[in-house]
Design a protein around this ligand. Structure first.
Ligand code: ASP
Length: 322
């Protein structure tokens, strides 16, 4: 009996190692918690394409939008920890931990970090025929017309929600928010003039700004973005200290064997050095993180630091969701 127990124990130690050697033996799915065609999806598809080449198995993207990214996160938290379901999310993974009184998952304990991917600036944009010329006139327009100005976001927990919440708090004026399951559909309505204002990643706004399909007033990072050199920072344009940089990262469900995580992290690092990925990121106003940050340990520390950084800011702005 004791021999049998020892044999079973030895077998269970060998399984993860054997599994990692064979891994991946079939398609891998990356859950993106927002609609197809939006900024998170854009990053995910670029990374998935490169990882497909490295891992020699198709890496698919599945969009599970809704509730500001928390529906997708909940799906991944409960998925089998076998390396075949992954998750690509942004800053919302950390901010949702404070924004929601109760989440159907544990942000720290239900996910295994694979690595950070990018830091992406956001832009404050409006529909093209809004009668404003710069950030200061946009702010006074919002203050004067507060009952009729609408703000598009991708739900509580989305980066567009966070940026809007900070904007409304900074100018001490509420706008009517319109929630979408991602900023791809929100952008369609902004271009169509059905909503007035949005704040979204450059990965979604750059081409629309360049084509003058929308108006842009500020970028939300400390420095200007090379792909939109004429766009002032929010600080320069009249919102001192206003800063939101969105980061994207990749995770697996907690319990995914370490050798599998290491293989995925190595494939992520290859993707971040891929010329096609880098060129597209540059066009979209972003860049990959350094190799040192695209690791499980760096992402573990980053998520904790971001939860701690944003909790007091969110509490001060006073928005919660149930
Ligand atoms: N950019 C969106 C957000 O506001 C999400 C998306 O559609 O990728 O978080």
């Amino acid at each position: 009996m004791r021999k049998l127990a020892a044999a079973l124990a030895a077998l269970s130690i060998c399984i993860p190692a054997a599994m990692a050697q064979e891994y991946p033996a079939r398609n891998i799915t990356v859950i993106v918690p927002f609609a197809a065609g939006g900024p998170t999806d854009t990053v995910a598809r670029l990374i998935a394409q490169s990882m497909t080449g490295t891992l020699k198995q198709t890496v698919l993207v599945e969009n599970v939008g809704g509730a500001g990214g928390t529906l997708g996160a909940a799906r991944v938290a409960k998925a089998p920890a076998d390396g075949y379901t992954l998750f690509l999310h942004h800053i919302g993974q950390a901010t949702s931990a404070t924004l929601y009184r109760k989440l159907p998952y544990d942000t720290i304990n239900d996910f295994a970090s694979i690595g950070l991917i990018t830091d992406v600036p956001m832009t404050i944009v409006t529909k093209k025929d809004l009668a404003v010329t710069d950030l200061k006139s946009l702010i006074s327009y919002i203050k004067t017309n507060k009952d009729k100005v609408s703000y598009a976001n991708a739900g509580v927990g989305a980066a567009s929600h966070l940026c809007g919440m900070l904007l409304m708090s900074a100018i001490q004026t509420e706008m009517t928010t319109v929630a979408y399951n991602g900023t791809a559909p929100a952008m369609r309505d902004l271009v169509g003039g059905q909503v007035d204002v949005m704040c979204d990643q450059t990965t979604n706004t750059t081409s629309q700004i360049k084509e003058k399909a929308i108006k842009a007033f500020a970028v939300t990072t400390k420095t200007r973005v090379a792909s939109l050199p004429d766009l002032p920072t929010a600080d320069e344009a009249g919102l001192p200290g206003f800063e939101v940089a969105v980061w994207h990262a990749m995770y697996a469900p907690k319990g995914t064997p370490k050798p599998v995580i290491d293989k995925l992290s190595a494939a992520l690092q290859v993707a971040l050095a891929d010329r096609t990925v880098m060129a597209r990121f540059a066009e979209l106003g972003t860049e990959p993180v350094s190799k040192e940050r695209a690791t499980p340990a760096a992402l573990d520390a980053h998520v904790k630091a971001e939860i701690a950084k944003w909790a007091p800011v969110i509490k001060a702005a006073g928005t919660y969701a149930d």
